[in-house]
Ligand binder design. Structure first.
Ligand code: GLV
Length: 390
């Protein structure tokens, strides 16, 4: 062998047990972890395709949709954005992207790469958009699609969506919603709200590992995909063939790629736990945890990035880093002493905020009390360090 076996691989793998209270991934529930050690099945074995059917029903439930083109793509939540934009955009299309954090910025980059003419509707960090702002921008730009993030994890802002589908459809525009960080933390009704394409993260409220992403397209979006004038640019995201692998069109299954059976088990188990608890109860549990967390944050004298209380996302809370302390000392303290993940900002909020996630299995009162105690200790520790430098 010209390249010798790496010595590191002769040593055991180190995987500590941490409490993940950032914006995701969250800790997998024990039954999800157990499911991940089941034997691998072939990607067309009947037992495997039965699990895919179960997952499809679970995704239809969590998105509240009857869309037949509903499946999970084999990649992380961010790939949901890529897959939706890749399928719905043709070169030269006008698209409208609501930008109030990193995910709108990313959608802008992707849509541009697919040849779209991108118009941006912008809001300040920590604020959301009104229906009037959306309608004015749609009327002005006449886009083929509007891209909106329901829960911007980089700022902790929640975007209400009721009424938006009606506005979009009035102007013949498809409504695309990113629910990666929000689904299960706030209500979401794809069909009732007229959402044409939606995706979410497996590794947040659903409690599965990252790497497999629920996604769904309305009949109108499906029609757009099937009547494109140009081929879908990326074969891997092509819903016209991936949909056949997931038996979405009433035709025999056709091989598209070798899906990770292991990730299917994890996602099925995560969806099964949500189905057993009931989506309303899951959402309620997240809201109650958020209220407990926010009460504690106010008691610590800390400030939220999102001023408007009703616009705060239950799953991700953004807290301004107090003046004169180093945020990394706080997050480092939490990790070093407690194996607890508290995150910093992301993209435009980097260095400005802490982000605390309340997601899925981690949404418990005990975890909220734990994170508040460690946050307080960490901030006091960072204050001592910055005072000692004066
Ligand atoms: C990932 O979703 C993040 O917000 O950091």
């Amino acid at each position: 062998m010209e390249v010798p076996p790496p010595q590191v691989l002769t040593l055991p793998m180190v995987v500590p047990s941490k409490t993940l209270m950032g914006p995701g991934p969250s800790n997998c529930p024990p039954s999800v972890l157990q499911s991940l050690s089941l034997p691998v099945l072939g990607h067309l074995h009947p037992e495997c395709t039965k699990i895919m059917d179960d997952i499809k029903a679970g995704i239809q439930y969590v998105f509240q949709t009857k869309n037949e083109l509903t499946l999970a793509v084999s990649a992380s939540g961010h790939a949901g954005m890529e897959a939706v934009l890749c399928n719905l955009i043709e070169p030269g299309d006008r698209v409208l992207i609501a930008v109030n954090g990193i995910w709108g910025e990313r959608a802008n980059i992707m849509a541009t790469r697919y040849g779209a003419t991108v118009h941006r509707l912008e809001a300040a960090l920590g604020t959301n958009f009104s229906l009037t702002e959306f309608e004015d921008a749609i009327r002005q730009h006449k886009p083929v699609l509007l891209f909106v993030v329901q829960g911007e994890s980089s700022t902790g802002i929640y975007q209400p969506l009721e009424g938006l589908g009606l506005i979009c459809h009035k102007y013949n525009c498809l409504l695309v919603v990113d629910t990666v960080a929000s689904l299960g933390g706030v209500p979401f009704y794809a069909d009732r709200w007229g959402v044409d394409a939606v995706y979410t993260g497996s590794q947040k409220v659903l409690g599965a590992p990252p790497g497999i992403t629920p996604i769904s397209f309305s009949p109108k979006a499906k029609e757009r995909i099937f009547t494109r004038k140009t081929p879908i640019k990326v074969y891997y995201w092509d819903m016209t063939i991936l949909g056949d692998y997931w038996a979405c069109f009433g035709r025999p299954r056709v091989y598209h790629h070798t899906i990770s059976a292991t990730l299917l088990y994890g996602l099925r188990e995560g969806l099964s736990l949500v189905a057993k608890e009931g989506m309303e109860n899951v959402i309620n549990r997240h809201r109650m945890c958020m209220e407990r967390l926010h009460k504690g944050i106010r008691a610590l004298g800390l400030e939220f990035l999102v001023n408007k209380e009703s616009a705060r996302l239950p799953t991700v809370t953004a807290i301004k880093v107090p003046d004169n302390i180093d945020w990394m000392v706080v997050t480092g303290y939490a990790m070093k002493h407690y194996f607890l993940e508290i995150s910093g900002g992301l993209g435009p909020t980097a260095n400005k905020i802490f982000r605390i996630g309340i997601m899925g299995y981690n949404a418990t009162n005990d975890n909220i009390d734990f994170v508040l105690k460690v946050l307080e200790e960490g901030i006091n520790h960072a204050k001592e360090i910055s005072n000692s430098k004066l």
